[in-house]
Design a protein around this ligand. Structure first.
Ligand code: SF4
Ligand code: MG
Length: 332
């Protein structure tokens, strides 16, 4: 079946001393209109790199796309002519980054920055762009947008600045919005507000939303499906309720076990000791084996591939999910 946006066996290497680091090692996921997919992983798992490839902002060199495809309505963005690619990236997909400060020009007023894309891409007049920018700011729930239009970024709080960045990303009415750690720089109550805003915008417009995050509280509160990444691969994916209730990979299980149930909404992946390895060259074995309480001989020899445990719920582990769900928490 054809999906709106589909990442298909994507591979990315980073050249460096000691040989290329395999940053993405065959990542696949998809998102359609009307749904929210969360990409969950620790820093270093490769989750942002996928978004950078999609948006054409991967720093290459040192990064190099080593294989795979990024399909938009079935067509591979990576091989499309530049003009068609730019159109998809401009009008089909919007992107919100973690750092709202660097997304905004500090010496320009906020409103005209929101309206800039409308002028350059849609050819709106200054007056038309102003009207539409104010609408977008209102849509992003920025109070008093007429007055805010003429203010500078430093006059906005972190949360309000993130709303401005979201308004900018919505300017061309994207069919998919990718938000890369959109709340990481914000304090807890503001994080919740921004997540609620993204959820409301997704529901109002029917767009697809891809939320890249290391916060599984965020996943639990707004995502329909989740793809858990580890060391450049998706190790578990499925409906959020299936994955969180019946984790079928020891990594997901350890993450959930590391945080008491009552605290899960505020849970952070950093609760698990250690970090994902950077894999160089051709490595064998399961990359999670160094942190896995269930590691056994087969885990040193072969890397498990994704297999479907129950309808729509996939995981990559040599053990069956019954073993995993009954297992001890990860060693610490
Ligand atoms: Fe743990 Fe082995 Fe499963 Fe990897 S394959 S997650 S090391 S049990
Ligand atoms: Mg990142």
């Amino acid at each position: 079946t054809e999906h709106l946006l589909q990442v298909d066996d994507l591979r990315v290497d980073f050249d460096g001393e000691g040989g290329p680091a395999r940053v993405l090692r065959g990542v696949s996921w998809h998102v359609d209109r009307g749904e929210t997919l969360a990409i969950l992983g620790e820093s270093g798992s490769g989750k942002s790199v996928t978004a950078q490839v999609i948006m054409g902002i991967l720093a290459s060199p040192p990064a190099r796309i080593a294989g795979g495809a990024v399909r938009w309505e079935g067509r591979d963005l990576l091989t499309l002519p530049e003009a068609a690619r730019r159109e998809v990236r401009g009008e089909g997909i919007g992107m919100v980054f973690q750092d709202s400060l660097s997304a905004l020009n500090p010496v320009l007023k906020v409103g005209p920055q929101v309206g800039e894309t409308l002028r350059t891409r849609l050819g709106l007049s200054r007056r038309e762009a102003r009207t539409r920018a104010i609408e977008l700011m209102r849509q992003a729930r920025i109070p008093d947008p007429e007055r805010r239009f003429g203010q500078y970024p430093h006059q906005f709080s972190g949360g309000m600045r993130q709303r401005v960045v979201i308004a900018m990303a919505l300017a061309l009415s994207p069919q998919v919005l990718i938000a890369d750690e959109p709340t990481t720089a914000l304090d807890a109550t503001v994080q919740v507000q921004i997540l609620r805003l993204l959820q409301a915008l997704q529901q109002e417009s029917g767009m697809g939303l891809v939320l890249i995050t290391h916060d599984f509280g965020a996943v639990a509160s707004i995502a329909d499906r989740v793809a858990v990444m580890y060391a450049g691969r998706v190790v578990e994916t499925g409906a959020v309720r299936d994955v969180f209730r019946r984790p079928a990979h020891p990594y997901t299980k350890a993450l959930l076990d590391a945080v008491p149930r009552a605290d899960r909404r505020a849970g952070r992946l950093a609760a698990l000791p250690g970090q994902p390895p950077v894999l160089r060259g051709d490595s064998a074995g399961c990359p999670f084996r160094f942190r896995c309480s269930l590691a056994h001989d087969a885990c040193d020899e072969r890397e498990p591939v994704l297999s479907e445990h129950e309808r729509g719920h996939w995981s990559a582990c040599h053990l069956g999910k019954d073993v995993i769900s009954g297992a001890l928490p990860a060693r610490s």
